[in-house]
Design a binder for this molecule. Structure first.
Ligand SMILES: NC(=O)C1=CN([C@@H]2O[C@H](COP(=O)(O)OP(=O)(O)OC[C@H]3O[C@@H](n4cnc5c(N)ncnc54)[C@H](O)[C@@H]3O)[C@@H](O)[C@H]2O)C=CC1
Ligand SMILES: O=C(O)[C@@H]1CCC=N1
Length: 263
């Protein structure tokens, strides 16, 4: 039995992935604070939504998908139900395995995961790190849990805040670029629907090229950039506006915020 405590955006992403991967609703249990959300999830997936204490008691694996700020309260609530042999998986930004281990009975295995929302379409990027009592089998179990919804990498926990800044928050940066390009298309006189179709397919095509050719992105960019052409004119403006430096500063800010959330 797997429990998911906190079924907002990321909790539902995990839940729907498990259901798509063939888990039966009676093998899953959800803890969710908002009653209207609980009703929605039961209607959509046929899962039981129970209180957190009951969810933790019934499950072998307990996935915590509440906001980092709510983690201490949830751990305080469920800790009396947890026992060695159970596995706690935290998907929260910034929360370290040590933070969880300090709040659960000794010997409970803890694994930290940084997922991302493309898992909703089985294209997620999940980074996994084990805590003090997590064995290779625990990591295998978490990998099996997540691999149905995307790629899984195992990383040292010290890299988790950087990973959060890159792949955890990453989809938002990509959507921001997409929004900006669509808006630019509208400014250039294209109908919004046309601009949207052009930008989305350009993104999907570029992503497929990166994955399928394995060619370095710099080479792919140079292939598009004809001497004294249109792309060179555009890239010059991006450099003048320090877009590369802005990305560096943005991801440093995300990394720092992740660290602060777990402090
Ligand atoms: N949204 C994203 O793209 C990603 C989110 N995460 C992590 O996932 C976690 C959840 O984030 P979101 O799903 O975006 O937030 P959210 O606000 O959509 O979901 C949190 C859910 O937890 C519920 N909740 C709060 N306190 C609770 C309690 N005491 N008991 C039971 N349920 C409770 C809320 O009602 C809500 O449905 C965060 O820790 C975040 O760092 C990680 C990677 C990506
Ligand atoms: O913005 C956040 O804090 C969460 C963690 C990574 C993506 N969303």
């Amino acid at each position: 039995m797997t429990a998911i405590i906190g079924a907002g955006v990321m909790g539902e992403t995990l839940l729907s992935g498990l259901v798509r991967a063939g888990r039966r609703p009676d093998e899953l249990v959800v803890g969710e604070k908002r009653p209207e959300r609980a009703e929605e999830l039961t209607a959509r997936y046929g899962v039981a939504v129970v209180d957190n204490v009951d969810a933790a008691r019934r499950a072998d694996t307990v996935a915590l998908v509440v906001k980092p700020q709510d983690m201490a309260a949830v751990l305080e609530q469920v800790a009396p139900e947890l026992r060695p042999g159970q596995l706690v998986v935290s998907l929260a930004a910034g929360i370290t395995t040590a933070y969880v281990e300090e709040r659960v009975p000794a010997g409970v295995a803890v694994v930290r995961v940084m997922p991302n929302t493309p898992a909703l379409v089985d294209q997620g990027m999940h980074a996994v790190s084990g805590g003090r009592h997590a064995t290779a089998e625990h990591l295998d179990e978490v990998e099996a849990l997540l691999s149905a919804t995307g790629k899984v990498v195992r990383i040292p926990e010290a890299q988790q805040d950087a990973v959060t800044a890159i792949s955890g928050s990453g989809p938002a940066y990509v959507f921001f670029v997409v929004e900006s390009m669509i808006e630019a298309g509208v400014h250039l006189g294209l109908p919004r629907a046309t601009a949207t179709e052009l930008v989305v397919q350009t993104l999907v095509g570029s992503a497929a090229m990166l994955r399928e050719t394995g060619t370095h992105p710099t080479v792919l960019r140079e292939q598009v950039t004809s001497p004294a052409g249109t792309t060179a004119a555009a890239l010059r403006e991006l450099e003048i506006h320090k877009v590369r430096a802005a990305f560096l500063a943005a991801m440093e800010a995300a990394r720092d915020r992740s660290r602060a959330l777990g402090a």
